[in-house]
Design a protein around this ligand. Structure first.
Ligand SMILES: [Zn+2]
Length: 278
């Protein structure tokens, strides 16, 4: 897609008073050096057994091995703490400040990079949670809190200490705190993950940018299907063809940009900026 086509699409969205929604996945974070954790980086040994990420990130596993699951998350936390938002993240933060309530961000990423880049938590729908936050595993209350002070990322083989174990207790009921993330054996809900809110946003969306996600999970596909059904425009920015790129190519005016997010999003931000100036 050349700049003129993108400019025409954005001009149409601005004139029509429609909403720009961006849906992001692991691809944009991979450009900041964060692995997907669905691959070998996510494999974990407990005793003599090797577990896959799809087994580690479950309520069932946490029930049986809370310390090991925490150790796995604190390793991932360390990787996220060591990464920096890239120019793609920065472009999205700027798009939000340009468009205000006409902008929404729906992300599958739990690494906090969007909020660190400057997107607001109000307009960022973190549909899989955020590993920098915790909540009570026993759900004695449904509050979501930042990681306790004193809890920080760890190296791959570092065990959690007795002091850290104490900090990872619910201050109200004494049960374990858990990472505030959607596990593979759990379902989306509105209170923790704003799932219904994300679908409502999709209904009001004139242009959907899909960035770095291959559609492995259900809700993102529903968001795109919703935009498509309401004749919205879909642009997919991804390194590989995927279900979203096919939908984007079928959508009116939309298309597939087979480029990195860190190169493409600043380009779209610049076009948006030039339109808002005139
Ligand atoms: Zn509790």
């Amino acid at each position: 897609m050349d700049d003129t086509r993108i400019k025409n699409i954005l001009a149409g969205v601005l004139e029509g008073g429609g909403k720009l929604t961006v849906l992001t996945g692991a691809g944009i974070s991979a450009e900041s050096g964060i692995p997907t954790f669905r691959g070998p980086e996510g494999y974990w040994t407990v005793g003599s057994k090797v577990y896959q990420p799809q087994q580690m990130a479950t309520r069932e596993m946490f029930k049986r091995h809370p310390e090991h699951v925490w150790q796995w998350y604190l390793y991932r936390l360390g990787v996220c703490q060591g990464a920096e938002p890239n120019s793609g993240h920065a472009a999205l933060a700027e798009m939000e400040s340009l468009l205000g309530s006409r902008f929404a961000l729906i992300t599958q990423n739990v690494d906090n990079l969007h909020l660190r880049a400057g997107n607001s938590s109000q307009r960022t729908f973190q549909i899989h949670g955020n590993i920098f936050f915790v909540r009570c595993f026993a759900e004695c209350r449904q509050a979501i809190s930042p990681l306790p002070k004193g809890i920080t990322g760890k190296g791959r083989d570092e065990k959690i200490t007795a002091a850290e174990k104490e900090l990872l207790r619910c201050p109200l009921c004494g049960n374990w705190l858990r990472p505030h993330v959607l596990w593979f054996d759990e379902t989306y809900n509105e209170h923790y993950y704003r799932a219904a809110g994300a679908l409502n946003v999709a209904r009001e969306t004139s242009l959907l940018l899909v960035v770095g996600t291959s559609g492995a999970t259900n809700l993102p596909l529903q968001v795109a299907a919703q935009v498509y059904a309401a004749s919205g425009i879909i642009i997919d920015i991804n390194l590989e063809p995927n279900p979203f790129s096919r939908l984007a190519e079928q959508s009116a005016l939309g298309g597939f940009i087979q480029q990195p997010a860190a190169a493409t999003l600043p380009r779209i931000r610049d076009i948006l900026k030039s339109l808002l100036k005139t």
